[in-house]
Unconditional design. Structure first.
Length: 535
């Protein structure tokens, strides 16, 4: 009887998530995601306070902001595949612990170097947490229909976290010092660690062959170089700059070598045969294109709201809330839409709706048109989240369960790469359309026009220094040029989104629900009953 009961307990642990507790597991995973999503954006509003207190140099300030996303993006594949090997829950719990320690270190940093190291450690923790949440979700929801609902809730929480970050940071900065934006992580980690240990199921891949340590390091170094190069391009660095070309070329070369290594290995770190499945490769491409459009637009929209319309950072965050609420609604309705329309029509519809919203926003001008803006942001948020939901769900469902960690890491990496490329590409389009409008402004020296051509913020500074009619003329021309550049960028973004709609035609027409394994279908109570009968 004892042996049978022990076997039943082991089976019940392996089937965790198929019973009533799977929704509790989802709550724990969503809290993890919320924490990482908030931390990715919460520092943005704290940069001025950090600069005033720690007095970092220009390069140090750049690394304070970029250390987290750079490190996180470069380590996603490493920790995603490591979770498949040693246990996804184990990696997730270690990520919790590291995230809490790094948050305390960042909050108490007394110089820029310590803060940079702390932000890098936060990136390591984020890279451990992000793919683990998706791969555990894949494990505990074997039924695709329920998994679609779970992914919808998961993606809605991600949208909330991205929006809450700046608002939470603004609130904390009004009442406390800048370190408080990091301290808020520690209580959540203190709760998440014991709760996660008790409730989250452990799962691994098949474990065949040794873990490819060299391949993991090649992927990490290659992604770091590629993302760094793309970010420097997005930051306005010249294309031919040595500090842009070297990491970009070296990172790309390492990634090519990584792919060739994986193809030769009997037991690869990432099974590249997944990309031979049209649904998987298409989903990854759709994620890249969707993020490429979103992040570049968000960056430009924030500048438009603050510099053209003159809104405060808090007012800017509030104006962007309709986009977040619409994204939440799309995430919650995503499972029903996926069952009714299938992945192909759903993702195509999302891309087309987003493109229509972007074209609608080209009607924005120098005057504040709140109704038009809210309408555009609602359509944009709903369409983009519909696209991302359908793409993520298809990608995760196409991946074998034993490689869920690697598949989740690929999805998150494509998300990060799309975001970086979006900032670089759409930022370059914006600058190319903005700069020519400042040439030949009456009364403005050529050197002042050249300085003003770097950004709208610098144009305002140059105009303030000039003063008088020349300054007013430069300010007026810069604002008009920025609005023109915004319209051009929106049209380019709409074209990219329509390209995504065409790409999505390779996705399956219907949602094919796989039959869960017998082990995953057995509820806990039924296992206990069977163990008693056997006894």
């Amino acid at each position: 009887m004892s042996g049978t009961t022990t076997a039943a307990v082991g089976l019940r642990r392996r089937a965790a998530g198929a019973g009533a507790n799977r929704w509790v597991v989802l709550v724990v995973l969503c809290v993890s995601l919320l924490l990482v999503a908030v931390d990715a954006t919460v520092l943005h509003v704290a940069v001025p306070a950090v600069t005033e207190d720690l007095r970092p140099g220009g390069i140090e300030l750049l690394w304070i902001v970029d250390a987290y996303p750079l490190v996180c993006a470069s380590l996603l594949i490493l920790f995603g595949t490591l979770g498949d090997r040693v246990g996804r829950r184990r990696v997730l719990l270690l990520g919790y612990a590291l995230f809490g320690v790094a948050s305390g270190m960042a909050a108490l940093a007394d110089n820029a170097q310590v803060l940079i190291v702390a932000r890098a450690l936060l990136g390591v923790g984020g890279a451990m947490i992000m793919p683990a949440t998706l791969s555990i979700l894949r494990q505990v929801f074997p039924d695709r229909r329920e998994r679609a609902l779970a992914i919808g809730i998961w993606s809605a929480v991600a949208a909330v976290g991205a929006a809450v970050g700046p608002l939470l940071g603004g609130f904390l900065l009004e009442h406390f010092w800048w370190g408080s934006v990091f301290l808020v992580n520690i209580p959540l980690m203190l709760v998440s660690l014991p709760v996660g240990r008790l409730l989250l199921p452990e799962s691994k891949g098949d474990g065949n062959g040794p873990w490819d340590v060299i391949g993991a390091l090649m992927a990490a170094a290659g992604l770091f170089g590629a993302v760094l190069g793309v970010k420097r391009l997005g930051g306005g660095e010249p294309v031919g700059s040595l500090f842009t070309v070297v990491p970009l070329v070296a990172g790309t070369a390492l990634l090519v070598a990584f792919v060739r290594r994986q193809r030769r290995r009997t037991h690869p770190l990432v099974d590249l045969r997944m990309f031979a499945r049209p649904a998987f490769s298409t989903s990854v491409g759709c994620i890249v294109l969707a993020m490429l459009a979103l992040v570049g637009l968000e960056l430009i929209a924030a500048q438009y709201l603050q510099l053209v319309l003159g809104l405060s950072p808090l007012q800017t965050g509030l104006r962007l809330l309709p986009l977040t609420f619409a994204a939440m609604a799309a995430g919650l309705a995503g499972a029903r839409m996926l069952r009714r329309f299938g992945p192909r029509r759903m993702v195509c519809f999302g891309f087309c709706l987003t493109a229509a919203a972007v074209v609608l926003l080209t009607a924005l001008g120098r005057a504040d048109n709140c109704g038009l803006m809210v309408s555009g942001f609602v359509l944009l948020g709903f369409g983009l989240e519909t696209t991302l939901f359908g793409a993520y769900e298809s990608m995760l469902s196409e991946a074998p369960q034993e490689q869920a960690g690697g598949a989740a890491a690929i999805g998150e990496t494509s998300y990060q790469l799309g975001a970086g490329i979006g900032i670089a590409l759409l930022g370059s389009v914006m600058n190319a359309a903005y700069t020519p409008g400042l040439a030949g402004v009456p009364g403005v020296p050529a050197s002042a026009s050249a300085a003003a051509g770097h950004s709208l913020g610098e144009a305002y500074e140059v105009a303030a220094q000039l003063g008088g009619p020349a300054g007013a003329a430069l300010r007026h021309a810069a604002r008009d040029s920025f609005v023109y550049g915004l319209h051009v960028t929106l049209l380019v973004s709409a074209a990219l989104l329509l390209l995504g709609a065409v790409m999505a035609l390779r996705l399956p027409r219907t949602m094919q629900c796989e039959v869960p394994s017998a082990e995953a279908e057995i509820p806990a109570q039924r296992e206990v009953t069977q163990s008693r009968v056997s006894a």
